[in-house]
Design a protein around this ligand. Structure first.
Ligand code: AMP
Ligand code: MG
Length: 805
């Protein structure tokens, strides 16, 4: 027996592990229980019973003393106990010990011993003292006989994928361990392998990983002799599981059952010091049945022990699920949501165990309703009017206000409308009809705006063409066009065009009628076509209808209060980015400033322009803006009222730089693919302060869905693919029904962007699911370049990557 008072005994491996975390002294590392005592409790008898038990077990009288210079303390056994005990008025006995002395099983044993002593029953004879067991355990961990077991663990630990699976959900910066708990009920008793399989399935679904690992509690008492012993025996063994999405849940539970059985056999040989504690843990926490001791009934209400730091630990038992979490790493809201997902998943797994793991539901009805609510944004807009008709209305309202300006040339609404009308009548004579395409290849100028309005008024849709594009792309764009609007200088740069052409520099509109042509196009007719990069090597023509754009422009107009604002468009017409300014301006009596590319890319020229002609609203790509902010004149390029960025992620450092310049403008992050019309989500920065700037919420009459690979909605915080539905969804890829069917499903456009919902309903952009990239705001499928390279006879295979430098 090891009952001398002053000798020190070494720590067990479990105690060492605990000690190595914050010196084992964090107040959280406790073993505690609450026992309801039913009946006439005799307090002094109870006290004597407890004293008797303490006298029998050294570990209840053990303190830990560290010699100067040593890393680890020794266990020192004392004559008197420092056990704290308390009997509240409610007849609840609370026991609390440092976890260095007790695990959950120990608490149960302790309660039983106290009960027996209280009832005056004789205790079983010999007591195995903890310090002696430690000696024997150390032999197991080092002895020759157990080498096979150690090899088993070395191998198992090497194969673990221990990167924290929770990273995406964690709060910034890990602080002091601050355990808290979220508790939920379960209806029936559930076998441990089912509880753990659900836990692993949930982890896999939350993180999108198929290999998940959780520390799982084993009681360390495989040998019968240890069953009644007191002390810290429990260990958390790593349970790693491959959760294949297609696997039936029952197969996962079976797999878990066999892993648990295998680990059970090797648990004595596991040395917890070999690896860091796993962030996610699981323990099967069945409470003991109520027990009658003499005239007192002991009912355990709560029984907990925490020996290892965790981020998240599920303590699951009959009727009760405790989700313990470290509040310095995870927020209560997050854990409450996960607790809900776990309950939904568990209920479904129990009801339909053959369901593939990936198909098990996670969302409660409330959460589904929440998503629907976030998408409720119906708003009126002139859905039965074409864009140019709304412009014509505006021209009646504000005929003498400036409508468009480029450099020193400007046109009023009346002048712009009349100029467009003359050209429109001319184009009508070519026989263009609704859904005819008219290529528009002109420099950035007031003529460009007049030209595009003319094409719309003629009833057709315009196709913006950049003469500096590769010949094959130009040929593709021109091949579908019924007519071409250009000038003689640019026409020379274009491939042969066989249809009718209008050269604006030679066009004399005076003979043409200046009044509005009778409407031909309908709100469903095409308004413009933009070619986006296609991974097969051929760009895809996206057809945007009038109604798509009217809804968009109407929304933007409503978000930018103020009359007759000055809008600037600084990007090419052949990307939809500039549309954020063009149409809201023309439909609201604003003045649209068309900034030529050489001015838009030179901050001193752009600032000088704005000195003369101040701008209220500027839409720009973040990388373009960053470049402009590099120079001396940076303050002068910022708009007076609204800065809208889009096309690429907006970052806090860029926002800070803008704010440091003392800019008073509102900043907006705007997101959207061409396929759903310019921009589909929007965020006013003033309304947000989280660590990453989200892309906001859907604009009016637009719904966003974040779905997994089975097209089920993913929970809040979980990464999925962004789908967009509503009035912005365009006609798809013209002449490419197969490709259109692939990306436009059930009224939704599948963006290929990864995203997640934040708890406040904002959407965070998380990159691409494929290898599309953005270079200075231009959308490029790396596959398109690869396909083109591979066409060269001496190239067998090509890989293209985008690099920041
Ligand atoms: P585009 O069709 O040229 O408008 O490009 C659309 C793509 O650009 C989206 O699918 C995103 O990948 C990216 N994108 C657009 N706006 C944003 C934004 N605000 N933040 C991050 N990425 C964006
Ligand atoms: Mg866009």
């Amino acid at each position: 027996m090891s009952s001398s008072t002053n000798a020190g005994f070494r720590l067990s491996a479990q105690q060492e592990r605990n000690w190595s975390q914050e010196g084992g002294e964090a107040p959280a590392f406790r073993a505690e229980c609450e026992v309801l005592l039913d009946g006439p409790a005799d307090t002094s008898r109870l006290r004597r019973a407890i004293q008797g038990v303490v006298a029998r077990h050294e570990i209840l009288r053990t303190v830990f003393q560290r010699q100067p210079g040593l890393k680890l303390p020794f266990q020192v056994i004392q004559e008197e106990a420092s056990l704290t005990w308390e009997l509240s008025e409610m007849q609840v006995l609370r026991l609390g010990l440092p976890v260095l002395c007790a695990d959950r099983r120990t608490l149960q044993n302790l309660i039983a011993e106290i009960g027996l002593a209280y009832a005056g029953e004789t205790q079983p004879g010999d007591v195995l003292q903890y310090a002696d067991i430690v000696e024997w355990q150390q032999e197991l961990l080092t002895g020759e006989d157990t080498k096979v077991g150690r090899d088993y663990w070395r191998d198992a630990i090497r194969k673990l994928d221990v990167t924290s699976v929770l990273i995406a959900f964690e709060l910034a910066g890990e602080g002091e361990f601050a355990p808290e708990v979220v508790t939920r009920g379960v209806e029936t008793a559930v076998p441990v392998e089912v509880l753990l399989a659900c836990w692993l399935a949930l982890l896999s679904r939350l993180t999108g990983r198929s290999t998940v690992v959780a520390g799982c509690e084993f009681d360390g008492r495989k040998f019968q002799e240890l069953e009644d012993a007191l002390g810290l025996f429990a260990k958390f063994l790593p349970v790693q599981c491959d959760v294949q999405p297609g696997m039936p849940f029952s197969a996962l539970a079976e797999r878990v059952r066999s892993v648990l059985a295998e680990l059970h056999g090797w648990q004595e040989i596991f040395d917890p010091g070999q690896m860091r504690p796993l962030p996610v843990q699981f323990e099967y926490a069945e409470l003991p049945a109520a027990q009658q001791y003499g005239d007192l009934k002991f009912t355990v209400l709560r029984l907990e022990a925490c020996a290892e730091r965790f981020a998240l630990k599920l303590s699951a038992g009959a009727k009760r699920l405790d989700f313990h979490f470290d509040a310095s790493r995870l927020s209560r809201d997050t854990v409450e949501r996960w607790a809900g997902h776990y309950q939904v998943l568990l209920a479904a797994a129990l009801a339909h165990p053959e369901t593939p793991v990936a198909s098990l539901p996670l969302l409660s009805d409330d959460e589904r309703q929440q998503f629907a609510l976030w998408n409720q944004n119906a708003a009126d807009y002139p859905r039965d009017r074409c864009l140019h008709e709304l412009f014509e209305q505006q021209a009646v309202l504000t005929p003498e206000l400036p409508a468009v300006r480029c450099g020193e040339i400007s046109l009023t609404y009346r002048e712009l409308n009349e100029r467009a009308n003359r050209l429109a009548h001319h184009l009508r004579a070519f026989g263009v009809r609704p859904d005819s395409l008219v290529a528009l290849c002109v420099d950035r100028s007031v003529e460009m705006i007049a030209g595009l309005l003319a094409i719309l008024k003629a009833g057709a849709a315009f196709v913006p063409v950049n003469s500096d594009n590769p010949k094959s792309r130009l040929a593709q764009q021109l091949s579908g066009a019924a007519a071409l609007v250009t000038d003689s200088k640019l026409a020379a740069l274009l491939p042969e065009f066989s249809g009718p052409s209008v050269f604006l520099d030679r066009f004399d509109g005076h003979s043409q009628n200046a009044s509005n042509p009778l409407p031909l196009a309908q709100p469903d007719s095409l308004m413009y076509v933009i070619f986006t990069s296609g991974s097969t090597g051929v760009p895809k023509p996206v057809g945007i209808r009038h109604r798509n754009l009217v809804n968009y422009a109407w929304f933007i107009k409503s978000r930018l209060p103020g009359e007759h604002l000055h809008f600037a468009t600084v990007s090419t017409l052949s990307a939809d980015l500039g549309n954020t300014c063009i149409y809201p301006s023309l439909l609201s009596g604003g003045c649209l400033h068309v900034i030529p590319l050489d001015v838009a890319s030179d901050s001193s020229r752009f600032a000088a322009y704005q000195k003369q002609h101040p701008i209220d609203v500027l839409k720009i790509v973040p990388s373009h803006l960053s470049a402009l902010l590099e120079t001396e004149e940076r303050r002068g390029i910022l708009p007076r009222k609204h800065l809208i960025t889009g096309g690429e992620s907006l970052t806090w450092p860029l926002v800070q730089r803008i704010r440091q310049l003392g800019a008073s403008c509102e900043i907006w992050n705007h997101y959207g693919p061409t396929e759903t019309t310019v921009g589909s989500l929007m965020l006013r920065l003033r309304d947000f302060s989280g660590p990453v700037i989200p892309i906001g919420r859907p604009i009016a009459n637009t719904q966003v869905h974040i779905l997994d690979s089975l097209r089920q909605p993913v929970p809040i915080g979980v990464t999925g693919e962004l789908y967009i539905a509503g009035d912005g969804v365009t006609a798809g890829y013209l002449g490419q029904p197969a490709l259109t069917a692939e990306r436009f499903l059930d009224g939704m456009y599948r963006t290929g962007d990864l995203a997640r919902f934040l708890p406040d309903g904002n959407v965070e952009f998380l990159g691409r699911a494929d290898d599309q990239v953005k270079i200075r705001g231009f959308r490029i499928e790396l596959g398109e370049i690869e396909a083109v390279l591979a066409r060269h006879p001496s190239v067998r295979q090509a890989v293209v990557i985008a690099r920041a430098d």
